[in-house]
Design a protein around this ligand. Structure first.
Ligand code: PLP
Length: 427
């Protein structure tokens, strides 16, 4: 087995996959269990060449892929794993740093602190915030709720009815009581709720369903006077703060106790990379720090494992470093601005066509809309469009009505792709 030859073949495979991505169906065209039926029940006794694995990628795995790198992937929040990030993942695995404490990987620890701070500057967040990388926004929000409970000694979480399910899940895992607050006409969370016994208020900038924005400043001020922690979930939309014209949605975020932004959603990073900042680093650390004897070292150095649930940490900062350097802030802004332009264009087509309606204000790179008619008719449109493999989009509900979401987030998506989506939906 030659690492070098297999490596070249693997990179060739990756390049070929990305070259023909637009020709593949977006949504996997397989039935549940179809791949399982083709996979051996047990691992082989004898080792095989790596070439066999590559062959089976084509034969078995690709047909069962929903192609998230496809330019006509418009479901959930569409994403991009940019090439420098892909290569950095290979290199990170090569070095296999297990950054449990500074000594175990000075490189991973210090690069992570620096590049997360690069992003803080790009997003124009306050100086002095501590930021580190978690795997997902679900973990970041869970960590924030743990810190909030530790600091306040309270057990209640408050969020909007449109907050992401990771808030429900975090509260449930922690045995905390969750209170959901209705939204106003602009789909932002109402602020007139009692907070006296509340540990954490979770405000969302860019909700999953509608990309709506909670009134962060008002919530932050109310949380502060009630002694509650304010966590901001900007997992999707926070990345857009690299663009000055999107920073209206940042109003009040500087007052937050913690904030999550996912570069794996809209900063072209491969899964997984979630950034968690706190303006209260010492208290955050207190909630998590637990250093057993076998991990004590003479250096007085920073251990990122003292700021979150995980001890062993992947070298995730490498891909963030690579993507930020290879695109530059300007390159990333240009991609996001094109996504926002395309979303506006699509929203305009919907708005002008009497058969369709926009159901929520168009924000960032998301369009939420429906065709006049019943829920069943709208659901049938989505299911038929997705089954054809040309486009993939997903749905949500607003006031009990079935609505469609078109999310733009892939760097390969062009105006032609968005036009094609509109044609497919009308067909
Ligand atoms: C607003 C918001 N918060 C949190 C999440 C959860 O993200 P993750 O998959 O990184 O846990 C999502 C996922 O789409 C989201 O849209």
């Amino acid at each position: 087995m030659s690492f070098r030859e297999d490596g070249y073949a693997a990179v060739d495979w990756a390049a070929r996959y990305l070259d023909r991505i637009g020709e593949l169906p977006v949504l996997a065209q397989v039935k549940p269990g179809e791949l399982s039926g083709k996979l051996p029940l047990a691992a082989p006794e004898q080792g095989e060449p790596f070439a066999n694995v590559l062959r089976d990628l084509d034969d078995l795995i690709v047909p069962a892929l929903t192609n998230w790198q496809h330019p006509r992937f418009f479901a959930y929040f569409a994403v991009t794993a940019a090439e420098p990030g892909i290569l950095a993942e290979l290199l990170a695995a090569t070095m296999n740093q297990v950054a449990i404490l500074w000594r175990a990987s000075p490189a991973s620890t210090e690069l992570e602190l620096r590049v997360v701070d690069w992003v803080r500057r790009l997003l124009v967040l306050p100086e002095g915030w501590h930021g580190h990388i978690e795997d997902t926004a679900s973990t970041s929000t869970l960590a924030a709720l743990i810190a909030a409970r530790h600091v306040t000694g309270r057990n209640v979480v408050v969020c909007s009815e449109h907050a992401h399910s990771s808030v429900d899940k975090g509260a449930r895992m922690l045995g905390m009581e969750l209170r959901k607050v209705p939204v106003g006409d602009d789909l932002g969370m109402r602020t007139d709720v009692p907070l006296d016994d509340v540990a954490a208020v979770v405000a969302t900038v860019g909700t999953t369903s509608f990309a709506s924005v909670d009134p962060v400043r008002a919530l932050a001020e109310r949380a502060r006077s009630a002694g509650a922690w304010l966590h901001v979930d900007a997992a999707y939309a926070g990345s857009a703060w690299i663009c000055e014209e999107e920073r209206w949605s940042q109003d009040g975020v500087e007052l937050a106790d913690s904030l999550v932004v996912n570069p794996h959603k809209w900063l072209m990073l491969p899964m997984d990379c979630s950034l968690l900042w706190t303006s209260r680093p010492e208290q955050f650390r207190e909630a998590f720090s637990l250093v057993p004897e076998y991990l004590r070292t003479p250096e007085d150095a920073f251990a990122l494992s003292e700021y979150g649930p995980a001890l062993g940490r992947r070298f995730r900062s490498l891909k963030l470093w690579a993507v930020l350097r290879c695109f530059g802030a300007e390159g990333l802004r240009a991609i996001q601005r094109e996504h926002i332009r395309l979303a506006k264009l699509f929203a305009g087509w919907v708005d002008e066509n009497p058969a369709w309606e926009l159901v929520a204000p168009q924000r960032f790179s998301l369009v939420v809309f429906r065709r006049h008619g019943t829920d069943e008719e709208n659901e049938a449109i989505v299911e038929r469009a997705n089954a054809g493999g040309e486009i993939f989009l997903s749905h949500t509900k607003l006031d009990g009505r079935y609505v469609l979401r078109l999310a733009i987030g892939n760097a390969r998506t062009t105006e032609d792709d968005v036009r094609r989506a509109w044609e497919v939906l009308n067909r």
